[in-house]
Design a binder for this molecule. Structure first.
Ligand code: C2E
Ligand code: MG
Ligand code: MG
Ligand code: MG
Length: 289
Protein backbone atom coordinates (compact mmCIF):
# COMPACT_ATOMS: atom_id res chain seq x y z
CA UNK A 1 0.00 0.00 0.00
CA UNK A 2 1.24 3.46 -0.81
CA UNK A 3 2.23 5.52 2.19
CA UNK A 4 0.62 8.85 2.95
CA UNK A 5 2.69 11.97 3.34
CA UNK A 6 3.67 13.16 6.75
CA UNK A 7 7.25 11.96 6.81
CA UNK A 8 7.81 15.50 5.58
CA UNK A 9 11.59 15.54 5.51
CA UNK A 10 12.33 15.31 1.84
CA UNK A 11 9.29 16.44 -0.08
CA UNK A 12 11.22 18.40 -2.69
CA UNK A 13 9.23 17.34 -5.69
CA UNK A 14 5.79 18.29 -4.42
CA UNK A 15 6.82 21.71 -3.24
CA UNK A 16 8.79 23.05 -6.20
CA UNK A 17 6.77 21.77 -9.09
CA UNK A 18 3.25 23.08 -9.38
CA UNK A 19 2.03 21.19 -12.41
CA UNK A 20 1.01 17.71 -11.23
CA UNK A 21 1.49 15.87 -14.51
CA UNK A 22 4.77 17.58 -15.31
CA UNK A 23 5.98 16.90 -11.80
CA UNK A 24 5.05 13.28 -12.14
CA UNK A 25 6.80 12.87 -15.52
CA UNK A 26 9.90 14.47 -14.05
CA UNK A 27 10.08 11.96 -11.17
CA UNK A 28 9.56 9.09 -13.60
CA UNK A 29 12.30 10.28 -15.89
CA UNK A 30 14.72 10.92 -13.03
CA UNK A 31 13.95 7.52 -11.52
CA UNK A 32 14.77 5.69 -14.72
CA UNK A 33 18.08 7.57 -14.83
CA UNK A 34 18.68 6.77 -11.18
CA UNK A 35 18.43 3.05 -11.85
CA UNK A 36 20.94 3.33 -14.70
CA UNK A 37 23.31 5.60 -12.79
CA UNK A 38 23.24 3.80 -9.44
CA UNK A 39 22.02 6.72 -7.38
CA UNK A 40 20.56 4.44 -4.70
CA UNK A 41 22.08 3.34 -1.44
CA UNK A 42 20.92 1.43 1.59
CA UNK A 43 20.80 2.90 5.09
CA UNK A 44 20.44 0.84 8.25
CA UNK A 45 18.38 1.39 11.38
CA UNK A 46 18.69 -0.81 14.47
CA UNK A 47 15.85 -2.67 16.17
CA UNK A 48 16.43 -2.63 19.89
CA UNK A 49 15.24 -5.02 22.64
CA UNK A 50 12.78 -3.27 24.96
CA UNK A 51 14.18 -5.13 27.99
CA UNK A 52 17.93 -4.77 27.47
CA UNK A 53 18.13 -1.84 25.02
CA UNK A 54 20.58 -3.86 22.97
CA UNK A 55 20.47 -4.08 19.19
CA UNK A 56 18.92 -7.34 18.00
CA UNK A 57 18.68 -6.73 14.25
CA UNK A 58 18.34 -3.92 11.75
CA UNK A 59 16.26 -2.75 8.82
CA UNK A 60 17.72 -1.68 5.48
CA UNK A 61 16.02 1.40 4.02
CA UNK A 62 16.58 2.63 0.50
CA UNK A 63 17.81 6.16 -0.19
CA UNK A 64 17.92 8.02 -3.48
CA UNK A 65 20.66 10.58 -3.74
CA UNK A 66 19.28 12.79 -6.49
CA UNK A 67 21.97 14.81 -8.31
CA UNK A 68 20.06 18.11 -7.93
CA UNK A 69 17.60 17.50 -5.18
CA UNK A 70 19.61 15.61 -2.60
CA UNK A 71 18.19 12.72 -0.59
CA UNK A 72 14.68 11.69 -1.52
CA UNK A 73 12.55 9.49 0.70
CA UNK A 74 11.33 6.08 -0.47
CA UNK A 75 7.84 7.15 0.62
CA UNK A 76 7.99 9.41 -2.41
CA UNK A 77 9.71 7.26 -5.04
CA UNK A 78 8.76 3.66 -4.22
CA UNK A 79 5.08 4.09 -5.23
CA UNK A 80 6.18 5.67 -8.52
CA UNK A 81 8.71 2.90 -9.15
CA UNK A 82 5.94 0.35 -8.56
CA UNK A 83 3.66 2.02 -11.08
CA UNK A 84 6.21 2.40 -13.85
CA UNK A 85 7.48 -1.14 -13.48
CA UNK A 86 11.02 -0.57 -12.27
CA UNK A 87 10.53 -1.65 -8.66
CA UNK A 88 11.49 -5.24 -9.52
CA UNK A 89 14.91 -4.17 -10.72
CA UNK A 90 15.37 -1.80 -7.76
CA UNK A 91 14.24 -4.44 -5.29
CA UNK A 92 16.64 -7.00 -6.70
CA UNK A 93 19.45 -4.51 -6.52
CA UNK A 94 18.54 -3.78 -2.86
CA UNK A 95 18.48 -7.46 -1.90
CA UNK A 96 21.83 -8.15 -3.50
CA UNK A 97 23.42 -5.02 -2.09
CA UNK A 98 22.18 -5.67 1.47
CA UNK A 99 23.25 -9.32 1.43
CA UNK A 100 26.68 -8.34 0.16
CA UNK A 101 27.12 -5.62 2.79
CA UNK A 102 25.80 -7.72 5.66
CA UNK A 103 28.12 -10.59 4.74
CA UNK A 104 31.07 -8.20 5.14
CA UNK A 105 30.03 -7.03 8.64
CA UNK A 106 32.12 -8.31 11.53
CA UNK A 107 28.88 -9.20 13.34
CA UNK A 108 26.21 -11.83 12.90
CA UNK A 109 23.51 -9.16 12.86
CA UNK A 110 20.29 -10.03 11.07
CA UNK A 111 19.09 -7.54 8.47
CA UNK A 112 15.59 -6.94 7.14
CA UNK A 113 14.85 -5.88 3.57
CA UNK A 114 11.52 -4.38 2.48
CA UNK A 115 9.78 -6.20 -0.33
CA UNK A 116 7.22 -4.44 -2.51
CA UNK A 117 3.98 -6.32 -3.18
CA UNK A 118 4.72 -5.75 -6.86
CA UNK A 119 8.07 -7.50 -6.53
CA UNK A 120 6.47 -10.29 -4.50
CA UNK A 121 3.93 -10.83 -7.28
CA UNK A 122 6.63 -11.92 -9.74
CA UNK A 123 6.96 -15.70 -9.86
CA UNK A 124 10.73 -15.68 -9.71
CA UNK A 125 10.80 -13.92 -6.33
CA UNK A 126 11.96 -16.94 -4.26
CA UNK A 127 14.63 -17.56 -6.89
CA UNK A 128 15.79 -13.93 -6.59
CA UNK A 129 16.17 -14.43 -2.84
CA UNK A 130 18.06 -17.70 -3.29
CA UNK A 131 20.38 -16.08 -5.77
CA UNK A 132 21.13 -13.05 -3.54
CA UNK A 133 22.01 -15.46 -0.71
CA UNK A 134 24.18 -17.74 -2.77
CA UNK A 135 26.01 -14.93 -4.56
CA UNK A 136 26.80 -13.14 -1.30
CA UNK A 137 27.28 -16.21 0.87
CA UNK A 138 25.02 -14.68 3.55
CA UNK A 139 23.47 -17.25 5.87
CA UNK A 140 19.70 -17.42 5.16
CA UNK A 141 18.76 -16.93 8.84
CA UNK A 142 20.49 -13.55 8.77
CA UNK A 143 18.05 -12.27 6.18
CA UNK A 144 14.55 -11.13 7.01
CA UNK A 145 11.95 -10.00 4.49
CA UNK A 146 9.45 -7.29 5.42
CA UNK A 147 6.17 -7.69 3.65
CA UNK A 148 2.93 -5.72 3.90
CA UNK A 149 -0.59 -7.04 3.96
CA UNK A 150 -1.12 -5.89 0.39
CA UNK A 151 0.56 -9.08 -0.86
CA UNK A 152 -2.63 -10.89 0.14
CA UNK A 153 -4.83 -8.75 -2.10
CA UNK A 154 -4.09 -10.93 -5.10
CA UNK A 155 -4.16 -14.72 -4.97
CA UNK A 156 -4.02 -15.66 -1.28
CA UNK A 157 -3.18 -19.27 -2.03
CA UNK A 158 -0.24 -18.20 -4.14
CA UNK A 159 0.99 -15.87 -1.40
CA UNK A 160 0.86 -18.76 1.07
CA UNK A 161 2.85 -21.00 -1.26
CA UNK A 162 5.51 -18.32 -1.71
CA UNK A 163 5.74 -17.87 2.06
CA UNK A 164 6.29 -21.60 2.53
CA UNK A 165 8.97 -21.54 -0.12
CA UNK A 166 10.72 -18.62 1.58
CA UNK A 167 10.57 -20.35 4.97
CA UNK A 168 12.09 -23.43 3.36
CA UNK A 169 14.99 -21.29 2.15
CA UNK A 170 15.49 -20.35 5.81
CA UNK A 171 14.85 -16.60 5.78
CA UNK A 172 12.71 -14.83 8.41
CA UNK A 173 9.45 -13.07 7.60
CA UNK A 174 8.03 -9.91 9.11
CA UNK A 175 4.60 -8.38 8.56
CA UNK A 176 5.23 -4.64 8.13
CA UNK A 177 2.95 -1.71 8.97
CA UNK A 178 0.55 -3.97 10.83
CA UNK A 179 -2.83 -2.41 11.49
CA UNK A 180 -2.90 -0.08 8.50
CA UNK A 181 -4.26 -2.64 6.02
CA UNK A 182 -7.60 -4.31 5.50
CA UNK A 183 -8.49 -7.37 7.54
CA UNK A 184 -5.22 -7.77 9.35
CA UNK A 185 -6.17 -10.55 11.72
CA UNK A 186 -7.05 -13.15 9.12
CA UNK A 187 -3.63 -12.79 7.47
CA UNK A 188 -1.85 -13.87 10.60
CA UNK A 189 -3.28 -17.36 10.20
CA UNK A 190 -2.18 -17.52 6.60
CA UNK A 191 1.53 -16.92 6.78
CA UNK A 192 4.36 -18.08 8.99
CA UNK A 193 5.52 -14.63 10.15
CA UNK A 194 8.25 -14.43 12.75
CA UNK A 195 7.57 -10.82 13.56
CA UNK A 196 4.78 -8.26 13.48
CA UNK A 197 5.72 -4.62 13.06
CA UNK A 198 3.08 -2.40 14.64
CA UNK A 199 2.70 0.70 12.53
CA UNK A 200 3.98 3.95 13.96
CA UNK A 201 0.53 5.54 13.82
CA UNK A 202 -0.45 3.38 16.83
CA UNK A 203 2.67 4.35 18.71
CA UNK A 204 2.13 8.03 18.02
CA UNK A 205 -1.55 7.83 18.85
CA UNK A 206 -1.02 5.84 22.00
CA UNK A 207 0.62 8.65 23.93
CA UNK A 208 -1.29 11.47 22.25
CA UNK A 209 -4.97 10.67 22.21
CA UNK A 210 -5.79 8.59 25.21
CA UNK A 211 -6.05 4.88 25.61
CA UNK A 212 -7.57 3.38 22.48
CA UNK A 213 -4.33 2.96 20.57
CA UNK A 214 -2.57 1.70 23.67
CA UNK A 215 -5.32 -0.88 24.13
CA UNK A 216 -4.96 -1.95 20.50
CA UNK A 217 -1.23 -2.27 20.98
CA UNK A 218 -1.73 -4.54 24.01
CA UNK A 219 -4.14 -6.67 22.02
CA UNK A 220 -1.71 -7.03 19.09
CA UNK A 221 1.08 -7.95 21.49
CA UNK A 222 -0.92 -10.68 23.23
CA UNK A 223 -2.10 -12.04 19.91
CA UNK A 224 1.49 -12.14 18.64
CA UNK A 225 2.65 -13.81 21.85
CA UNK A 226 0.01 -16.50 21.44
CA UNK A 227 1.14 -17.07 17.85
CA UNK A 228 4.79 -17.11 18.88
CA UNK A 229 5.68 -14.00 16.95
CA UNK A 230 7.80 -11.07 18.05
CA UNK A 231 6.36 -7.57 18.05
CA UNK A 232 8.11 -4.40 16.95
CA UNK A 233 6.86 -0.93 17.85
CA UNK A 234 7.79 1.28 14.90
CA UNK A 235 8.62 4.96 14.99
CA UNK A 236 9.35 5.36 18.70
CA UNK A 237 10.69 8.90 19.17
CA UNK A 238 10.17 9.91 22.79
CA UNK A 239 10.82 8.55 26.26
CA UNK A 240 7.06 8.47 26.90
CA UNK A 241 6.52 6.38 23.79
CA UNK A 242 9.33 4.03 24.74
CA UNK A 243 7.89 3.59 28.23
CA UNK A 244 4.46 2.98 26.85
CA UNK A 245 5.44 0.34 24.28
CA UNK A 246 7.68 -1.38 26.83
CA UNK A 247 4.86 -1.47 29.34
CA UNK A 248 2.52 -2.83 26.67
CA UNK A 249 4.92 -5.71 26.05
CA UNK A 250 6.40 -5.04 22.59
CA UNK A 251 9.56 -7.14 22.22
CA UNK A 252 11.46 -4.67 20.07
CA UNK A 253 11.49 -0.97 19.28
CA UNK A 254 12.65 0.86 16.23
CA UNK A 255 12.82 4.63 16.18
CA UNK A 256 14.70 7.86 16.39
CA UNK A 257 14.92 7.55 20.17
CA UNK A 258 17.71 5.02 19.62
CA UNK A 259 18.91 5.85 16.14
CA UNK A 260 17.99 7.22 12.76
CA UNK A 261 18.75 5.09 9.72
CA UNK A 262 22.46 5.50 8.88
CA UNK A 263 24.77 4.71 5.97
CA UNK A 264 26.60 1.38 6.27
CA UNK A 265 29.90 2.84 7.56
CA UNK A 266 28.31 5.05 10.16
CA UNK A 267 26.07 2.23 11.33
CA UNK A 268 29.02 -0.12 11.79
CA UNK A 269 30.98 2.59 13.56
CA UNK A 270 28.19 3.14 16.09
CA UNK A 271 28.24 -0.57 16.85
CA UNK A 272 32.01 -0.77 17.03
CA UNK A 273 32.23 2.25 19.32
CA UNK A 274 29.34 0.79 21.32
CA UNK A 275 27.17 3.83 20.97
CA UNK A 276 24.79 1.10 19.96
CA UNK A 277 25.27 -2.13 21.87
CA UNK A 278 24.89 -5.35 20.00
CA UNK A 279 23.70 -8.59 21.47
CA UNK A 280 25.21 -11.42 19.42
CA UNK A 281 22.82 -14.17 18.44
CA UNK A 282 25.29 -16.78 17.48
CA UNK A 283 28.55 -18.48 18.36
CA UNK A 284 31.13 -16.91 20.65
CA UNK A 285 33.46 -15.96 17.79
CA UNK A 286 31.19 -13.03 17.03
CA UNK A 287 31.11 -11.64 20.54
CA UNK A 288 32.72 -8.24 20.90
CA UNK A 289 33.73 -8.66 24.55
P1 C2E B 1 8.81 1.05 6.61
O1 C2E B 1 9.29 -0.22 6.06
O2 C2E B 1 7.65 1.00 7.52
O3 C2E B 1 10.07 1.71 7.30
C1 C2E B 1 10.04 2.47 8.48
C2 C2E B 1 10.04 3.95 8.17
O4 C2E B 1 9.93 4.68 9.38
C3 C2E B 1 11.33 4.43 7.53
O5 C2E B 1 11.01 5.49 6.65
C4 C2E B 1 12.12 4.97 8.72
O6 C2E B 1 13.11 5.90 8.36
C5 C2E B 1 10.99 5.61 9.49
N1 C2E B 1 11.28 5.78 10.91
C6 C2E B 1 12.07 5.04 11.71
N2 C2E B 1 12.07 5.50 12.97
C7 C2E B 1 11.25 6.57 12.98
C8 C2E B 1 10.85 7.50 14.00
O7 C2E B 1 11.22 7.41 15.17
N3 C2E B 1 10.00 8.49 13.62
C9 C2E B 1 9.56 8.61 12.34
N4 C2E B 1 8.75 9.65 12.07
N5 C2E B 1 9.92 7.78 11.35
C10 C2E B 1 10.76 6.76 11.67
P2 C2E B 1 11.70 5.62 5.21
O8 C2E B 1 13.12 5.20 5.30
O9 C2E B 1 11.38 6.98 4.69
O10 C2E B 1 10.92 4.54 4.36
C11 C2E B 1 9.55 4.68 4.11
C12 C2E B 1 8.97 3.43 3.51
O11 C2E B 1 9.50 3.19 2.20
C13 C2E B 1 9.30 2.17 4.29
O12 C2E B 1 8.43 2.07 5.41
C14 C2E B 1 9.07 1.11 3.24
O13 C2E B 1 7.70 0.83 3.10
C15 C2E B 1 9.55 1.82 1.99
N6 C2E B 1 10.93 1.37 1.67
C16 C2E B 1 12.10 1.79 2.20
N7 C2E B 1 13.15 1.13 1.65
C17 C2E B 1 12.62 0.26 0.76
C18 C2E B 1 13.18 -0.72 -0.14
O14 C2E B 1 14.40 -0.97 -0.19
N8 C2E B 1 12.29 -1.42 -0.92
C19 C2E B 1 10.93 -1.20 -0.86
N9 C2E B 1 10.12 -1.92 -1.65
N10 C2E B 1 10.38 -0.31 -0.02
C20 C2E B 1 11.21 0.42 0.77
MG1 MG C 1 9.84 -1.96 6.74
MG1 MG D 1 7.02 -0.38 8.75
MG1 MG E 1 5.84 2.05 7.85
Amino acid sequence: AAKGGGRGQYRFYSSDLKDGAKHRRQIEEDLRDAVENEQFSMHFQPLVCTKTHMVKCCEALMRWDHPDRGMISPGEFVPVAEEIGIIKKMGEWALNEVCRQAKAWPLDLRVAVNVSAVQFAHDDFPQVVRSALSQSGLEPERLELEITESVFLGDTGRAQRIFSELKAIGVKLALDDFGTGYSSLSYLRKAPFDKIKIDQSFVRGATEDGNNNAAIMSAIVSLADALNMETVAEGVETKDELNLVTERGATLVQGYIFSRPMPNDEFLESLEQKKLKYEPRGPAKYRAD
